[in-house]
Ligand binder design. Structure first.
Ligand code: ADP
Ligand code: MG
Ligand code: MG
Length: 912
């Protein structure tokens, strides 16, 4: 026998005394519905009495292969008898039957679980009692047929359509249009027909307990009805839909669901009865008004099912016979808001003028409403600023920062894909980056449609309003780059059969073919693809959003409650830097200088790398120095007064060169075109040089600090550019604050030697310019070895910046692109991994960061620590970086800065 309590009562007893045992804090025991029913009963709101069977009982039941734990059935029988005593009625009583509902309710609201069964306890005998008690045969027979219908569908999986067909048939015969017009006799006949359907469609081998004389019979025994209904709820915890939903939403499988058995109240007992759903505020825009719908003379599901037109909740008080219940409901709204200190959504039923509460919970709301409600509640004195900031979901906030589909637009959905990068975009379809650039240059917004993108598509991706791929996942190249740029992106649109050569897309499952130039709209927040132009509404950092973020800044930057939590931005150009400042970034946490070598600069760096003419190479280097100096002048000017971390060149050099395979193809082509030998020889020579640069494992090859050791010219040119720009700006009266970052250090000596030459260049520029320079030099920690010797490195570094992308790759030994394309999905599916470590920081990698921060701080107390890399924009990771690893800042792409500000404030709040 387990010592755990399996059953909790709620509501009143036979003396009207409250006997509730649970409360709203018991979500994990009673499920959300049960916990809140208990809470409402506890604070004196009218809740039909009942009891809740715990989630733990469900777990016991399902882990034992859907068999009952010892004693559980006895406890349920006891609870049932207790409820009968409290109500002074018995289930199945032929004179005056008690009826109950059986309702599932997991700790998290979860579609895909078993539905509710209403009116349980009816049978051929007790329906007579109901007729006598209500003096309403029509109502009684209608309740009975609803029960058989729901029980058959929900508990035994009999096809719901069979019953709907029978009803339609009956209406035809009776010559009526709506269910409401069916007579008591019609309904009585339907009950008989429904039982017949039941007998014919329930599998006897699966349900021997339903056999009577060798035939399946609808169960008359209320205890059996109840047991089967509870079993069905418990069983549905592990059904496919529920498992899938949990997986998609990160809900653990071992929570189980509770079952609530609750006395029925009836909203369908005539003109003074009603049922409805409501919110205590408007969940769409947050306005402080009662919001919802009701139906007179209706039961439970009718409101959501949309069978009849509902009426707005504000009219409830004006309906004759419902005035009092309407007023009472408004009082309940206020009680609930004051009690939960949040917007609630509720289900209620009015039985012959008397109000009953059937459900409440903190209500879901749009991002706009979330902000408005939080701020209003601070103004109303209901919650503190800290609570307001703590309540806004950073992921939801993200939606507000990008243009969105106008909510009032009708969407003709063409296909769906993965919601890879939020925001909506409208544009002409283009199939190549060159076309994207060309068309955009002519002033036409474009959506780049590709099988998958690669680094060569960058210019097209920059030019496009939106990106759609048919193959990539949420962490594919397209998705990652799009998120970084803040460009809307829908990935993995499998229905799109793209023929880039023909410049057309077939949409499978339809006969639609789209061509270049056709307009499509994509919504990267939902993954929806629509043909034609959907009207957009644009995002602004104003109003409520600005208010919440200002509060968030106050919290995260305060010296109280430990180290402040700073937010920097990853930006490589003045436009991004400017945008990020508008979005509230305090500094640049990472400027990737190699991005400055793309576009028209690519030629110069290619000449530098490939030429064997020393003079030509020196000239190329001079040219790079000139353009980079100008880049840094622009950036440092934009960031005047604020730190800017500049990373020296990091990627393997071959990334700046042409793809050898493409070159090979074009050589073959020139050959067959009859190009002259000299041209071919030059091309072949170029190919040879490119091949010579290639490495079998570039991610682990000649890159990062290793380039500074082997080919110091390039990084030292960068140092000279940074320093020259700084000296010049100081002369011009600005306050440039560059910080030089050395990437991919593994060994202390790599850093020491590189720093030495960096300092020499700085000293030279200082001497030549006559300007005193103070430029910190830091290390990028992105290899496990570096983290292990962080104390040693710290003695030679002014700051650490953690490159958690590479650190994750090297800690796991995963190459990101390969891993995400080939096996991470399988790992997630098989639960070898709980989350993609490239999206949310892995705890072991986090431990490397934490350890390195600790070692670094011990060795050099003047140091500061930051995280750049995509994790720096992930709310869950941000909290861990600040609170577990103890870093000073996170740095992320411009569009994620507001999200990071909020997440950083929430991290600070969580410490308290
Ligand atoms: P869901 O989680 O799908 O909302 P519910 O358990 O809340 O399922 O029930 C479905 C419908 O049945 C709701 O409209 C609810 O108000 C109604 N209902 C549930 N239990 C009762 C009851 N004891 N008396 C009257 N209506 C009920
Ligand atoms: Mg409900
Ligand atoms: Mg790196």
């Amino acid at each position: 026998m387990s010592v755990q309590q399996r059953i909790y009562r709620f509501g009143t007893d036979e003396h009207g005394r409250d006997v509730t045992e649970g409360s709203s804090s018991m979500n994990y025991i009673l499920g959300g519905k049960g916990a809140n029913l208990a809470e409402m009963a506890r604070i004196g709101l009218p809740v039909p009495p009942g009891f809740t069977i715990t989630c733990q009982t469900c777990v016991e039941y399902s882990t034992a292969g859907n068999t009952w734990p010892e004693g559980a059935l006895d406890e349920i029988a006891e609870a049932e008898a207790d409820l009968e005593r409290r109500m002074g009625k018995r289930l199945g009583d032929p004179a005056d039957p008690l009826l109950v509902s059986v309702r599932s309710g997991a700790p998290f609201s979860m579609p895909g679980m078993m539905d509710t069964v209403l009116n349980l306890g009816l049978n051929d005998a007790s329906v007579q009692g109901l007729i006598v008690q209500t003096e309403n045969p029509r109502f009684a027979w209608d309740s009975y047929r609803r029960f058989i219908q729901m029980f058959s569908d929900v508990v035994l999986g009999v096809d719901a359509e069979l019953f709907e067909n029978a009803i339609t048939q009956k209406k035809l015969i009776a010559g009526v249009r709506s269910d409401a017009e069916l007579s008591a006799e019609d309904l009585e006949e339907l009950v008989a027909e429904f039982k017949q359907i039941f007998s014919e469609h329930v599998d006897a081998t699966a349900h021997p307990e339903l056999l009577v004389d060798g035939e399946i019979v609808f169960p008359a025994d209320p205890a059996l009805q109840l047991r089967l209904a509870i079993q069905a709820v418990f069983g549905s915890w592990m059904n496919e839909r529920a498992i899938l939903y949990r997986k998609q939403n990160g809900i653990p499988d071992d929570l189980g669901t509770a079952v609530n058995v609750q006395v029925m109240v009836f909203g369908n007992k005539g003109a003074t009865s009603a049922t409805g759903v409501a919110f205590t505020r408007n969940p769409a825009n947050g306005a402080r008004e009662f919001y919802g719908d009701f139906l007179v003379n209706a039961q439970g599901e009718d409101v959501v099912a949309g069978i009849r037109n509902t009426e707005p909740i504000s009219d409830l008080k004006t309906v004759e016979g419902l005035e009092q219940a309407g007023t009472e409901l408004e009082r309940v709204f206020t009680v609930l808001e004051n009690h939960y200190r949040d917007m609630c959504d509720i289900e209620f039923t009015i039985e012959q003028g008397r109000l009953w509460m059937l459900q409440t919970r903190v209500g879901k709301r749009t991002a706009t409403a979330a902000l408005k409600i939080a701020i209003d509640m601070v103004d109303e004195g209901l919650i503190t600023r800290e609570e307001a900031v703590g309540r806004v979901d950073p992921a939801q906030l993200d939606q507000l920062l990008h243009p969105q589909f106008d909510a009032s637009a009708e969407l003709d959905i063409l296909a769906r894909g993965l919601n890879a990068s939020p925001g909506a975009a409208v544009g002409e379809i283009v199939f190549s980056s060159d076309d994207a650039v060309a068309r955009a240059a002519e002033g036409h917004p474009v959506v780049l449609v590709r099988w998958e993108t690669n680094p060569d598509d960058l210019k097209g991706m920059v030019a496009a309003e939106g990106i759609l791929t048919s193959h990539g996942g949420k962490t594919s190249h397209a998705a990652v780059i799009a998120r970084g740029m803040g460009t809307p992106c829908v990935c993995g649109v499998e229905a799109f059969q793209i023929d880039a050569a023909k410049k057309e897309v077939r949409v499978s499952g339809t006969d639609i073919v789209l061509h270049e130039g056709d307009i499509i709209s994509i919504d990267g927040a939902t993954g929806i693809v629509v043909a034609g132009a959907v009207p957009l509404v644009s995002a602004e950092l104003t109003g409520d959003l600005e208010t919440i973020l200002a509060w968030a800044d106050e919290i995260r930057l305060s010296e109280n409650g430990g180290r402040p939590c700073h937010v920097r931005v990853n930006a490589d150009n003045p436009a991004d830097a400017k945008l990020a400042l508008d979005f509230g970034a305090e500094a640049i946490g990472l400027c990737r200088t190699e991005h400055m070598f793309l576009g028209d600069r690519k030629n110069i760096i290619q000449t530098y790398i490939l030429s064997d003419d020393d003079a030509e190479r020196a000239e190329a280097l001079q040219e790079l120095l000139r353009v980079q100096t100008e880049d840094f002048v622009q950036m440092l000017k934009t960031m005047s007064g604020r730190p800017m971390v500049i990373r020296l060149i990091d990627p393997p050099l071959h990334e700046f060169l042409d793809d050898p395979r493409a070159l090979e193809i074009s050589i073959a082509k020139r050959e067959s075109d009859g190009a002259d030998e000299a041209e071919l020889a030059a091309l072949r020579d170029r190919l040879r040089r490119i091949d010579a640069m290639s490495e079998s494992n570039p991610m682990l090859g000649l890159r990062g600090v290793r380039l500074s050791v082997v080919y110091p010219d390039l990084p030292l040119m960068q140092v000279r550019a940074i320093t020259t720009a700084t000296a010049q700006l100081i002369k011009d009266g600005y306050d440039p604050r560059p910080e030089i970052l050395v990437p991919l250090v593994a060994i202390t000596e790599e850093h020491v030697q590189t720093r030495e030459v960096i300092e020499q260049v700085i000293a030279e520029v200082e001497r030549d310019s006559g300007v005193k320079l103070d430029i910190p030099v830091g290390t990028m920690l992105e290899l496990p070895r570096a983290c292990l010797v962080a104390d040693d490195i710290a003695r030679h570094a002014d700051f650490f910046c953690f490159g958690t992308n590479d650190l994750t790759q090297t800690a796991f030994g995963f190459s990101r692109d390969d891993a995400e394309a080939k096996f991470i999905p399988i790992y997630l599916h098989r639960k070898i991994l709980k989350a993609n470590p490239f999206e949310t920081i892995d705890d072991a990698v986090l431990e490397l960061v934490r350890m390195a921060v600790e070692k670094g701080r011990d060795a050099n107390s003047a140091m500061h620590f930051g995280v750049c890399g995509e994790h720096g924009g992930d709310p869950a990771s941000i909290v861990k970086f600040f609170n577990v690893a103890g870093v000073d800042y996170v740095s992320c792409s411009p569009y994620r800065v507001p999200v990071a500000r909020l997440a950083a404030a929430q991290a600070k709040l969580k410490r308290a």
